[in-house]
Write a protein that binds this ligand. Structure first.
Ligand SMILES: C[S@@+](CC[C@H](N)C(=O)[O-])C[C@H]1O[C@@H](n2cnc3c(N)ncnc32)[C@H](O)[C@@H]1O
Length: 279
C-alpha cells in the first residue's frame, strides 16, 4: 500500500478532516472570493468522501440512474451513505416537486452541509444523521450498522443508491443493509450499489496491477488495511450473489470497474457497479 494512504488511514477521522481543510484552505478561500456560479458545491476541503471529480462523477451517476435504473423525475429515492451531496446535487436538477430524495449518513458534518445547502432550496431533499460506528468515518459511538433499522416504511422507494458505501462496511453490516434495502424497495424497484468484487479475473488482475491490493483475506471478504478494517473492503462475488438472492434482489446488470486493473476506457467507473431489481 502506498505510504500516503497508510498515513491517511493512521490519522483519526477528525484529524484527517482537519488536514484536508487546511490543505485546501487557500484554494477554497480563492474560490469563495470569485463571483458565485449558480450551482451548489461544497468547498474542496469539506469533501471527505474521496478523490476524483466531485461534480463530473455526480453527473455520470445521474445518467446511469436514468438510463440503467429507469429513474423518473417523480420517483422516490433513498441514498444510503449520502456523504456531502455528490449524488443529491445533480438530482436536484432532474427531480420535480413530486420527486422525493432521502439521504442518510453517519458523518454529521456532511449531513449538516447538505441540509443547509440543499434542503434549504429543495425541501423534497431530506438528509438524516445516524450515529453508527465505522473505523474510517466515525469513532464517536459504539452503535453497530448490523442492528440499524432504516427509518422508512416498507415498499416506499423506487430506487436505493449505495455508491462507494459497501466498500466501507463489514460483511455483517452489509448483510443487514441488504435486508433493509429489500424491505424499503417497492416491488419492481431497483438498487444500484458500487463495490469491490473479488472473482477469478479481478483477483488475478489485482495482484499484478500495482493499485488496490486487498491482501488481508478473511474468506468471503478481504481488507486493504489490516488495522483500519473499514478503510476499504472487497467481497467475494459468490458471497454477494448469495446475499442478493437471499434478499430477493434479482441481478439486472453488472459492470466491472477499473480498480482491479481492467482497461479504464472500457469501464464506466473505478468501482464495480451492480444493479438489482426487487422481485
Ligand atoms: C466514499 S463515501 C461515499 C459517499 C457518497 N455515497 C458518494 O458517492 O459521494 C462513503 C460514505 O459512506 C458513509 N457510511 C459509512 N458507513 C455507513 C453506514 N453504516 N451507514 C450509512 N453511511 C455510511 C460514510 O460516512 C461516507 O459518507
Amino acid at each position: 500500500m502506498d505510504i500516503r494512504r497508510k498515513i491517511f488511514y493512521f490519522l483519526s477521522p477528525d484529524l484527517r478532516y482537519l488536514v484536508r481543510r487546511i490543505y485546501y484552505w487557500p484554494s477554497d478561500l480563492l474560490s469563495s472570493l470569485k463571483p458565485k456560479k449558480n450551482r451548489i458545491q461544497p468547498p474542496k476541503g469539506m469533501i471527505y468522501t474521496g478523490s476524483g471529480d466531485f461534480e463530473k462523477t455526480g453527473q455520470q451517476f445521474k445518467e446511469i440512474f436514468i438510463t440503467h435504473c429507469g429513474l423518473l423525475p417523480d420517483h422516490h429515492v433513498l441514498d444510503v451513505g449520502s456523504g456531502i451531496g455528490r449524488i443529491a446535487i445533480p438530482l436536484t436538477e432532474y427531480f420535480t416537486k413530486e420527486g422525493r430524495y432521502e439521504g442518510f449518513d453517519i458523518v454529521k458534518t456532511g449531513v449538516d452541509w447538505c441540509k443547509k445547502n440543499i434542503t434549504s432550496s429543495y425541501p423534497n431533499f431530506r438528509f438524516t444523521h445516524i450515529d453508527l460506528k465505522n473505523d474510517l468515518y466515525n469513532l464517536t459511538t459504539d452503535q453497530k450498522a448490523q442492528d440499524f433499522i432504516f427509518p422508512y416504511a416498507d415498499h416506499s422507494f423506487d430506487l436505493v443508491i449505495l455508491t462507494s458505501v459497501f466498500t466501507h462496511m463489514m460483511p455483517e453490516d452489509m448483510e443487514n443493509y441488504l435486508a433493509q434495502v429489500s424491505r424499503v424497495l417497492k416491488p419492481g424497484g431497483r438498487c444500484i450499489m458500487t463495490l469491490f468484487i473479488l472473482n477469478e479475473i479481478n483477483t488475478a488482475k489485482m495482484k499484478t496491477n500495482g493499485g488496490l491490493i486487498f491482501n488481508f483475506d478473511f474468506g468471503h471478504y478481504s481488507q486493504l488495511d489490516k488495522d483500519v478494517k473499514e478503510a476499504n473492503i472487497a467481497f467475494e462475488e459468490e458471497y454477494i450473489f448469495h446475499l442478493l438472492e437471499k434478499n430477493k434482489l434479482r441481478m439486472k446488470h453488472i459492470e466491472y470497474g477499473y480498480w482491479s486493473g481492467r482497461e479504464k476506457q472500457s469501464c464506466i467507473d473505478f468501482q464495480d457497479i451492480v444493479i438489482v431489481i426487487k422481485d
